[in-house]
Design a protein around this ligand. Sequence first.
Ligand code: GBH
Length: 491
Amino acid sequence: TCQASSRHERRFPDDFLFGTATASYQIEGGWNADDKGENIWDRMTHTNPDVIKDRSNGDVAADTYNNYKRDVEMMRELGLDAYRFSLSWSRILPNGLSNKVSEAGVNFYNNYIDEMLKYNITPMVTLYHWDLPQKLQDLGGFINPNIADWFEDYARVVYEKFGDRVKHWITFNEPREVCYQGYGDVTKAPILNATDVGTYHCAKHLVLAHAKAYHAYANDFKPTQGGVCGITISVNWMGPLTDTEEDKFAAELKRQADWGLWAEPIFSEEGGFPKEISEIVARKSAEQGYSQSRIPVFTDQERELARGSSDFFGVNHYTANLVSASEYKFNWVIPSLYADIDVGTYTPPEWDQAASVWLKLAPNSIYNALTHLHNKYNGPVFYITENGWSQLLEDRYEDDHRIKYYRAALNSVLDCLHDGVDLRGYMAWSLMDNFEWMEGYTERFGLYEVDFESEQKTRTPRKSAFVYKEVIRSRVIDPDYEPETRTMWID
Ligand code: GBH
């Protein structure tokens, strides 16, 4: 990386979009407000509360459904250029299908979007951040190939309702977490635990759903609305533990399993699933007595539909692992995605540890991940659509670890810009504390603390909020900046 560039080059361009990110189920509440339909997180947390660490749920969460004006006020306090949030599919289409559109749901998002635009904040909208309408789950969710048409129908509704004002669309947030954690494991709804085939069948159908929604926009909305449509994939950096060919190949397999399954069909020249993974799974499936490979293939037509179907690459980035062909292996259930690739991962103990077990401050990890993707996929446009640090509630205002993490991350962003990565924006996760999925409210990612005990779900800026505000204002990272007050203001 470039340490030596002079200070005036270590600046964020004026048109670089600084923002924060959230997701509908994690903040909105209003789980049954008006005619909103039930989604898979409502169902799972209500019928199976033990799967959530503190037995909590998102029924009320930060109550953004009633507090959206305060949220926009916080965006103004921070001086954000952009705000990334997601739409609750079953708030807009209570049954998941497009025959019935909820007026109340559409009104809520109209108000939210209009309030942002009033203050020149660019909305960046995710269509799917994990809250599938329960009705569609009952029909198989992402295992049913019809999901691609259902998702396209939903996408057309939201382009039509909001596309006059929303110019940045993200179809899916983190396909790996949807497919592996939700279908191939039990760490996200719908906790299906179909370890052998769940991840792979979900992966194919999710890619096709994305592609159909992309083409619907490109063909029928983009010509008049003029926005962009892409996908967000979680890309943590996976480098080799040692310089041996075995470890380098192990790291490549790990990258293909973590994000290649979704990125290759969309961003690569050839399209389709990563070859090495397809070969391994086909061989193991035969050995295991399956009549067909556990990983499906794309027909030529499907491959062409998905290839090139994204205007940008959205990256959620948090951390890094070192990958070994022989050491540090975990006892994965056989067969499953990670048993199929059969590699080990390691993180050095000297990397700072967040409250989340999986999250450490890994040096240069944004630079390593983005330059890799830049070279592999011929320099696409990137947005970092999430990046952030968790703490326990105890730290409250003084979140110095988070500040250290953000400064390191933003320096890594500057290294990317310096080396020609076409990175257009950075969204910090998160604007405020929220429902952290299986961890409930025990892990906090917010620049603003939320008092979930209070009636108003009171939001209070942490120190990191002031530090981020100053970066956005000045477009440089001042390593010594200390806020002079704990009281926020709007410039
Ligand atoms: C993002 O996922 C999500 O998009 C966002 O909703 C979430 O709140 C945020 O990160 C913070 O977690 O428990 O060892 O099985 C980030 C990627 C990948 C992080 C899966 C948690 C679970 C690892 N996530 N990981 S483990």
